[in-house]
Structure formats: structure tokens, C-alpha cells
Design a protein. Structure first.
Length: 374
């Protein structure tokens, strides 16, 4: 029943057993008790004590109930147990031993909030407040911040040739949770900067960095501020940008231009030199190939010449043999003297003629070979 229906019943003219029915209705009007935690994450620093809220609504005595606090993000590791009016420390996870407790004086008012002492970075996570008998639970998220956050470091990252300004970079390490990075001028106004780059390390701590272009029209003092609003933690570093920075920027721009021209000329010369080297190498290679071919040709021609000389010598030897045989035949006296002498003379003349013709042919061939070689 609703609360309005309860009030209407009490105002009705029916009076028998009104008091008894009133108490019965009052208990039903209250409805089922609910566990209320926190809709927002609870933020604490390393080393602090923190309270994770959990209470009954409506108020309900929880002194003799069984209460459990556990880590729902770690397979329900037990953090704290209260049963039959006392705590059961032995059931707690070793990492929470001696660091968890309840506000025992407030249990009768339905307050079963957990106090966690000496917070560690590993304590961050989701905690569950659970009543087994009623099967009621609520979740509370704990965010642990660290004091190890380093002050921002500002450095000169480069020169913006388009805007004619200096590019400054700011970096800060060791943050948890993720912080916010801002650039401010001397009047505290936020400067338009590039996007913040965030890197989460293996230790779950964040490193943030950002860049801003500072022009000469800006005020001299530039501030990089890194802040974590949930725990009201701020780190900042200030730098004074003098005219010397911009003078250096001008000199650097001119030197970079001249350097670029020098580099371009150097590259062009290097390319030309490389081309010349390749051309010389190509010509030398062609010359070597030509020489090699000439040597091979000379060797082949020399071999042919030797073969020809050998054949000529063989022909001469054969002619000499024939001549000797003919002379032997002439002196043998087998034929009449007149006829044999005439035959022999004719044979000698023909042989000499052949020898002369052969020698002439050899001379011609030698001359042709000489011309070919030269």
C-alpha cells in the first residue's frame, strides 16, 4: 500500500481494531528496504582514509545481520564480513587485513558504510555492499589518486613558420586519474592549444602532454597547468618568453632557409658527380669488352694462320718427296736415256711450277692475314 492510502485508512470512520491494523499497515507502507550507495565515484589519495557509503532506506537495524563487502571487479574477493554482531577478520583478503572496519555505533541506524584506511593504488576498483539474507546489494566505485604527479616540464618544441611564433611543449607524468592540461597567459586566460596527448603506463599512471604556439603579441608569461578536479590537485609551471626567443626564431628561420639552399645545391652536385662516375664506368666497361673481343679474334686468327702454315709445310714436304722419287726413277736407267731425260725435265718443270703457284698463294694469304690483323 502507498503512504496516501495508509493516511486515508486512518481518517476513515471505521474504528474497530484501528490501532492494531494501523501498525500492520505502517509496516507495509514502509515497503522493502533498499541499500543505497553512491552514484558518483569516491575519490581518495594514496595514504588517506576513505569511507565507502552504504545504508538502508528506510532505516533498518543491521546489528545482527550478516553484512559483506567485496570487490566485484576481482571475482568478489572478500574485503570485510560482519556476522551475528561481530566482525570475521579471518575471511578478509590479506591485502585488506587491518585496514577495513564498520561504524558499529551506526549499524542500528542502518549505516553499514565501510571505512578503508591507508588507501593504496591497488585499492581502486568497484566494491559491493551485500546483505545475503535480504539479497540486497549496491556498488560503490573507488578512484585512487596519487601524489606522485610531477610538475609540468616546458620545452621549446620548434618554430611555426606560418604564424611566426614559437611552439612550446608541456609534459607531466605520474597522474591518476587522468588529469586536464591547460595553457594560460599572464592574465590567466586559456590559450588555444593543440589536443592533449594521454599515455597510460604499465603502472596505470597517466602522462599528459600538449603543444601551444606562442606569438610575439602574447604576454611574456606563459603557464602550463595540469589539474585533477576530483581531488583538487594541481601542478603548474611558468615560463617567461622574452624577445630573445623570437630573435633566435628569426635567426633560425634565416639559417634554416640558407641551410635548405645549401642542402639543395649539395644534393644537385652529388647527383651530377654520381652521373659522371656512372658514365665513366660505362665507357671503361665498354672499352674492356671491346678489347676482350679483339683479343679473342686475334687468338682465333692466329690459330687459323698456324693451321695454314702447317698445311703449307705438309704440301712442301709432299712435293719434295715426289721430286726425290722422280729423281731416283731418272737414275735407275729402266727407260731409254733420251726419253727418260725428257720426261724427267718435263716433270721437274711442272713440279716447280706447282711449287711457285703454291708459294704465290701462300704469300697472298699471308698478306691478307696481315691486313686483317692490322
Amino acid at each position: 500500500m502507498t503512504q496516501n492510502s495508509c493516511l486515508l485508512f486512518l481518517r476513515s470512520p471505521l474504528r474497530p481494531l484501528r490501532v492494531l491494523v494501523f501498525y500492520l499497515l505502517l509496516s507495509s507502507c514502509r515497503g522493502e528496504p533498499e541499500l543505497i550507495g553512491s552514484t558518483q565515484p569516491i575519490v581518495a589519495r594514496v595514504g588517506d582514509d576513505v569511507t565507502l557509503p552504504c545504508h538502508f532506506e528506510p532505516v533498518m537495524d543491521a546489528v545482527m545481520m550478516t553484512l559483506e563487502w567485496s570487490r566485484s571487479d576481482l571475482n568478489n574477493v572478500i574485503v570485510y564480513v560482519w556476522r551475528s554482531g561481530q566482525e570475521y577478520v579471518k575471511e578478509n583478503h590479506p591485502s585488506y587485513t587491518g585496514r577495513t572496519s564498520l561504524f558499529t555505533d551506526e549499524l542500528k541506524h542502518g549505516n553499514i558504510s565501510l571505512k578503508l584506511s591507508e588507501v593504496k593504488l591497488s585499492d581502486k576498483g568497484t566494491y559491493k555492499c551485500f546483505i545475503p539474507k535480504l539479497n540486497k546489494q549496491t556498488l560503490v566505485e573507488l578512484v585512487v589518486a596519487t601524489d606522485a604527479a610531477a610538475s609540468p616540464v616546458i620545452s621549446l618544441a620548434g618554430i611555426d613558420g606560418d604564424k611566426g611564433g614559437l611552439v612550446l611543449q608541456c609534459e607531466s607524468k605520474g597522474w591518476y586519474p587522468e588529469p586536464e592540461l591547460l595553457w594560460l597567459d599572464a592574465e590567466g586566460k586559456i590559450l588555444s592549444a593543440g589536443p592533449t596527448e594521454t599515455v597510460r603506463g604499465p603502472d596505470d599512471l597517466y602522462t599528459v602532454s600538449s603543444r601551444v604556439t606562442v606569438e610575439k603579441r602574447h604576454s611574456n608569461n606563459i603557464t602550463c597547468r595540469v589539474q585533477q578536479s576530483n581531488i583538487n590537485q594541481t601542478r603548474e609551471t611558468q615560463i617567461k618568453v622574452t624577445d630573445d626567443f623570437f630573435n633566435f626564431q628569426t635567426r633560425a628561420s634565416s639559417s634554416s632557409s640558407s641551410s635548405a639552399a645549401t642542402v639543395a645545391v649539395s644534393v644537385s652536385l652529388a647527383v651530377c658527380l654520381l652521373f659522371i662516375i656512372l658514365l665513366v664506368f660505362f665507357l671503361w666497361k665498354m672499352k674492356m669488352i671491346s678489347k676482350s673481343k679483339i683479343c679473342q679474334w686475334k687468338k682465333s686468327v692466329g690459330g687459323e694462320k698456324k693451321n695454314q702454315k702447317t698445311e703449307e709445310e705438309k704440301e712442301r714436304e709432299q712435293l719434295m718427296i715426289n721430286k726425290t722419287e722422280q729423281m731416283e726413277l731418272g737414275t735407275s736407267g729402266a727407260a731409254p736415256a733420251g726419253s727418260s731425260t725428257a720426261v724427267l725435265k718435263n716433270h721437274q718443270k711442272s713440279t716447280e711450277k706447282k711449287l711457285n703457284e703454291t708459294e704465290n698463294e701462300l704469300k697472298k694469304k699471308n698478306e691478307e692475314l696481315k691486313r686483317q690483323v692490322n
